[in-house]
Ligand binder design. Structure first.
Ligand code: ADQ
Length: 390
């Protein structure tokens, strides 16, 4: 499979893909696979395909990947479907194999690999996440970084204020200049020109390698322990006036960049709904294909079906993620009665219902064991007819 590539291949910038997080906010969905290796809707392919596609299109010829939590499925996928797209190879480093404690955070994943990264002789390192659904021109991001002569560039985009607490949020002063950054703030600052939204870090960064190495080395050891980009390295860069923001082009006439972090059940479901329409918001990566399975003759509203799942006839399902391989019986109903849903399934604060095969099996067993209701609540009164009445 060939990908169209950017005309100017970004030389000496090494993409570093973070793919080691547990994805705990997706609960049972990531109990067997890491988040990047999760399916996206009923499409064939994995979430990680979006960022890999953007990386190949930007013309990168190398890729460095940090894995840690349940890496097997991801490694197989990379090997079978992606490695051949990177002319100079894909290097995968697993945190658990590197040391007993593994990578202690996103920045520590880079620090633990400084020697191997040095061997590539990079001028910059571009940090990417394996669990974003995106279509971003990464070559333009690198070009912007180089034009600013700023050691750290963070790709940023606006998000609704209601979800801003899930992200690193920038503060801008009255003149639109960067004045602060807080990781997952309890009270995010709205943007001056759009009070319903806040300016969020996408978790995509370009670092001058010399600057980053020095920052990571200064933050090593239990006393400093600067292990996380959002918590530690970005605030440090801001303090040193070493940080610039690259605002992703936003939504004018469909030409904007598309970026979603699908780290929560709500975000994972909603992003998939964006791709439900015949015309998807951005082109699907070439490794992704249209539905493997579809629900049959059922009423589904706001619901996504993961591969191999199926809804029986006359079923009614609202705002749910139907997990891989789940077979919903004929006439099944979910998403209409909060109490009944919570009895069997996981329900997020934002109202997304997660239905897995294990939950369905538990439900079925419980319902089967439940005593069957008597046909009559009271024993029918025995009336004997007296001979006279007879
Ligand atoms: N120990 C480890 N080893 C290897 N990989 C690991 C890892 N821990 C996490 N990762 C990976 O790194 C990426 C970032 O994950 P995090 O969960 O730390 O950040 P989060 O998404 O919460 O915030 C971040 O991303 C959001 C945007 O999504 C920003 O707004 C916010 O500022 C930023 O901190 C994910 O792809 C994850 O799999």
């Amino acid at each position: 499979m060939t990908f169209p590539r950017s005309a100017a291949a970004p030389s000496r910038c090494l993409p570093f893909l973070l793919a080691g997080g547990q994805g705990s906010r997706l609960f049972e969905l990531t109990s067997r696979v890491c988040k990047p290796a999760l399916s996206f809707g009923s499409f064939e392919g994995r979430i990680v395909d979006f960022v890999l596609s953007a990386t190949v299109r930007a013309g990168f010829e190398n890729l460095f990947v940090a894995t840690q939590y349940r890496p097997d499925g991801l490694c197989r996928h990379l090997d079978r479907n992606w490695a051949h797209n990177f002319a100079r190879g894909v290097s995968i480093r697993d945190g658990a194999a590197l040391s007993a404690h593994g990578y202690r955070g996103t920045a520590d994943a880079v620090r633990a690999n400084i020697t191997s990264l040095d061997a590539f002789g990079p001028r910059e390192i571009m940090i990417l996440s394996g669990d974003h659904v995106l279509d971003i021109d990464l070559a333009a991001l690198l070009q912007h970084h180089r034009s600013q002569e700023c050691p750290v560039t963070v790709a940023a985009t606006s998000v609704p204020l209601s979800t801003a607490g899930d992200f690193g949020i920038f503060d801008l002063d009255a003149g639109g200049r960067l004045s602060g950054f807080v990781e997952k703030p309890a009270h995010p600052t709205p943007m001056a020109d759009d009070p319903g939204r806040a300016l969020a870090s996408t978790g995509i960064y370009v670092f001058d390698w010399i600057w980053l190495k020095a920052a990571l080395r200064a933050g090593a050891g239990p006393a400093a322990a600067r292990d996380d980009f959002g918590q530690d390295i970005l605030p440090m860069a801001l303090q040193e006036k070493a940080l610039c923001v690259y605002r992703l082009p936003e939504g004018d006439e469909g030409r904007g960049a598309y970026w979603r972090d699908v780290g929560t059940l709500d975000a994972y479901r909603l992003a998939q709904l964006d791709f439900d329409a015949a015309e998807t918001p951005v082109a699907l990566p070439k490794t992704m294909r249209r539905p493997v399975t579809q629900s049959v003759d059922s009423f589904s509203e706001g619901t996504v079906y993961l591969p191999g799942s199926r809804a029986g006839r006359r079923s009614q399902i609202r705002n749910a993620i139907v997990g891989p391989g789940v077979q919903l019986p004929v006439g099944f109903r979910a998403g209409f009665d909060e109490e009944e849903d919570a009895r069997w399934f996981r329900r997020s604060a934002g109202g997304t219902l997660l239905i897995t095969a294990e939950m369905m099996a538990r439900r079925e067993t419980t319902l089967r064991k439940a005593p069957t209701r008597p046909l009559f609540r009271q024993r029918p009164r025995m009336t004997s007819l007296s001979p006279m009445e007879g």
